[in-house]
Each structure stands twice: as structure tokens, then as C-alpha cells.
Design a protein. Structure first.
Length: 59
């Protein structure tokens, strides 16, 4: 019983930290100097650029 409750507590803590990190990375994309956050930011920029180019071609 103790082990399962401890595992659940650790899982909850881990998920809360991930959620906090996700929210922080969305709010402060430019301020956060996390490699993963920067990679995500670059991917999003590239996607938006690709979409805008595609839209221009369609018009």
C-alpha cells in the first residue's frame, strides 16, 4: 500500500512539474532558455512561415 501511494505521489508531482513547465514555456517562450523550448519555438515559427508561403501561392 505504501509503495503504491508513494508512486502515485511521485507521478502527481512529475505531472504537475511538466504542466508548470509547459505553461511557462508557452507564456515566456522568448525568456526561457531551455533547449527543448527553443526547439519547439523554432518549429512553430517554421510551420507558420511554411503556411504563410503556401497561402501566398494559393492566392
Amino acid at each position: 500500500m505504501f509503495q503504491t501511494t508513494w508512486q502515485l505521489a511521485m507521478l502527481k508531482k512529475c505531472l504537475e512539474e511538466k504542466a508548470e513547465g509547459y505553461l511557462l514555456s508557452n507564456r515566456h517562450m522568448k525568456k526561457k532558455k531551455n533547449s527543448n523550448g527553443n526547439i519547439l519555438q523554432n518549429e512553430r515559427k517554421n510551420k507558420s512561415i511554411k503556411k504563410s508561403k503556401w497561402v501566398m501561392r494559393r492566392i
